[in-house]
Design a protein around this ligand. Sequence first.
Ligand code: DAK
Length: 260
Amino acid sequence: MAYENLLLDVSDMIATVTINRPKSLNALNRATVTELSAVLHEIALRDDVGVVLLTGAGEKAFVAGADITEMRDFSPVQALSFALFGQGVLEFMERMPQPVIGVINGYALGGGCELAMACDILVAADNARLGQPEVNLGIIPGYGGTQRLARLVGRNLAKELVLTGEMISAQRAYEIGIVNRVVPPADLMAAAREIASKILSKGPVAVKMAKMAMNRGLDLDLGNACALEANAFAVVFSTEDRGEGMAAFLEKRKASFRGR
Ligand code: DAK
């Protein structure tokens, strides 16, 4: 499928999705969120993708938020549909089988920060800035920012960010647990690909099951979350890969996983 607001490149089992509206700092309008939904659904069914990298075009922004020029004219009913649809896209990203690495190459603000927080792992350029500045516009986050941020960094730090609308540096985002790594801009893509390659060398079904158990389990009480984990554990025991992984360990050789 051809996309107008996104670029999709698939090579070496890695899909790179680039949000491509650099003139408006990759702001998310309805067309872009709709395409993001389509590309993630496409990737979820592709056997030639084991990891997704999600980034923004240009050197300035990952995503500077929802598109304010479009959002300005929303009625409350349109705001509801926009929020529910976008929330669904982010939930799908958390539920799709392949891990998604957010490659934060600049501003990740508002809806952009919310999109980043729905990724599984985040690598940020050291000049990136993150934040939930919606209160500056007289609105609140609409893509789960009031919820995911508190789950990631704790209630009070999240409240400080959402209620003051202040941006933080990539380094601060690292310190409070939003991003996994901070690197110079020139090393950003290589750092993300290094993590992707590490993941791709592991048992593919195990990676998918681990993502599922962690993302779904975090929304459950501990007992049910552990039951979910036990079931996923049983599923991976049905795979050829677990035989190969254990045999390779015992034979002191590198495992050759086949994803089944
Ligand atoms: N929307 C539309 N255009 C944007 C934009 C945005 N979010 N951010 C930047 N741009 C555009 C600018 O208008 C400018 O366009 P031109 O003037 O060149 O035509 C171009 O990108 C370059 O931006 P600047 O000239 O401002 O660049 P600077 O380096 O001076 O500043 C900045 C960069 C990122 C600090 C600044 O652009 C900025 O503050 N941008 C707005 C950031 C922001 O407030 N983001 C949060 C948006 S609100 C909901 C669903 C979702 C959400 C809310 C509700 N429901 C439906 C309930 C989410 C809300 C948001 O994300």
